[in-house]
Design a protein around this ligand. Structure first.
Ligand code: DI6
Ligand code: FE
Length: 404
């Protein structure tokens, strides 16, 4: 198979083997064979075997190459939208009032149940395309707006359909434990027994689930209920992750870490013990500045403690119709810097190598290293800090993915 060699590019390899910031290699070259990176480094050190005429040579005219971006936490598949609620809140209605009149997550559950598989796919595609247009090559998508066995499975099938329709890797999370639907009001345990666990089992049997997620919060599921969900996931051989410590500290991250969670997400209220638990378990911390922004939160996630503990920090959009109606990972990166005071290098790590850890895909993607899949995004910028610096500007030149 012919090798393709990309030249005349600066490479933000995001590899820990390269000691410079961003793993930056200036005037680099990168060789691809059969969909994998076979050589990467300074052009001046290119081995003879990759020189012309042995390879097809492509000149990137000085552009920046990064690993294709990874959005490791989204609720991209849903019906309807909640713009009317946004409007009501800005006209003085409280979240509780909206929720009591059938709004909030339940309004999205209603709209999602009403759509069939094709309609749900049609609703999700523009959001997916917006992300792909910004250099995203891998997207995690959760269920959690169906909350019946058939509607949860429908959401997961749509997520898989999206991956077949576009050149993008879709990683699915089963979030049956997202909210308690009205038909199970005050009967959360019955909901878990009768809906959540059977849906998980069927989804696993049909290979629709990559990981199991749960929302551990006062307004959602208690740690004891989440433990039931994680016990079942473990029995089925599925990895777990959690929405935890978003609005309060229930110890969800520590619970998830005890199951070897691949990530714990949100984490504004995480304390030092929770950070230690994530460190011990090797879990990633996924920070979601879009939800922090939309809900006008003020409690910052413990970024400095996470740094000191060397917990891998990822950044994602949390794309959902309520708390983060955002389909721009570049904007999430900008917000990670502006709102959470992360550095541009940290947010790029947060959407490449550390996001790969958060999805347990770090053996395959997330950095430009020999042996990894050749999934690259090429940008019309001079320096990687430009990716998180601008707002509302997309400098993507092209994404390379699945090319042999
Ligand atoms: N955390 C969130 O931010 C979303 N779900 C969750 O568990 C909110 C989802 C929504 O409001 O529709
Ligand atoms: Fe979420």
């Amino acid at each position: 198979m012919e090798t393709t060699l990309y030249v005349n590019t600066n490479l933000a390899t995001m590899s820990s083997d390269v000691s410079s910031d961003y793993g930056l290699v200036e005037d680099g070259a990168l060789a691809i064979n059969d969909g994998r990176i076979v050589w990467v480094g300074e052009l001046s050190k290119l081995p003879q075997q990759y020189a012309e005429p042995n390879c097809k040579r492509i000149d990137l005219e000085g552009r920046l190459t990064t690993p294709a971006l990874i959005d490791c936490h989204t609720h991209l598949v849903f019906g309807g939208n909640r713009a009317r609620e946004f409007e009501l809140r800005l006209n003085g209605a409280s979240y509780e009032e909206i929720s009591r009149s059938g709004g909030g997550i339940m309004s999205t559950v209603k709209s999602t149940r009403e759509l069939d598989r094709q309609q749900l796919l049609d609703a999700a595609l523009p959001r997916l395309d917006a992300m792909i247009a910004e250099g995203v090559g891998t997207i995690e998508i959760k269920s959690g707006y169906g909350l019946t066995v058939s509607d949860e499975l429908k959401m997961l099938r749509v997520a898989r359909d999206l991956g077949n329709l576009r050149s993008v890797r879709i990683n699915t999370s089963f979030l049956g434990a997202h909210a308690i639907p009205p038909e199970y009001a005050d009967r959360g345990n019955d909901y878990i027994t009768e809906v959540c666990l059977p849906a998980m089992e069927q989804g696993a049997n049909e290979d629709l689930i990559d990981t199991v997620d749960a929302f551990c919060e006062g307004i959602a599921f208690s740690p004891a209920q989440v433990a039931r969900v994680f016990d079942k996931a473990t029995e089925l051989g599925l990895s777990v992750k959690i929405h935890a410590e978003q609005l309060s500290n229930l110890g969800g991250a520590t619970l998830a870490a005890s199951y070897g969670a691949i990530s714990a997400d949100h984490l504004e209220h995480l304390d030092a013990a929770g950070v230690d638990a994530l460190k011990e378990a090797g879990s990633a911390a996924v920070l979601l500045p879009g939800a922090f922004y939309t809900l006008r939160e003020t409690k910052m996630p413990p970024v400095e403690l996470l740094r000191q503990a060397h917990v891998p920090i990822a950044i994602a959009t949390d794309c959902n119709p309520g708390s983060s109606p955002m389909a721009s990972l570049l904007l999430a990166m900008n917000m990670g810097c502006t709102l959470f005071r992360l550095t541009p290098e940290e947010v790029l790590a947060g959407t490449t190598c550390n996001a790969a850890i958060a999805l347990n895909l770090h053996e395959e993607i997330g950095s430009l290293e020999v042996g990894k899949l050749a999934e690259l995004s090429i940008w019309d910028v001079d320096h990687p800090s430009e990716l998180s610096y601008r707002v509302g500007f997309n400098p993507l030149f092209k994404t390379i993915r699945g090319e042999k």
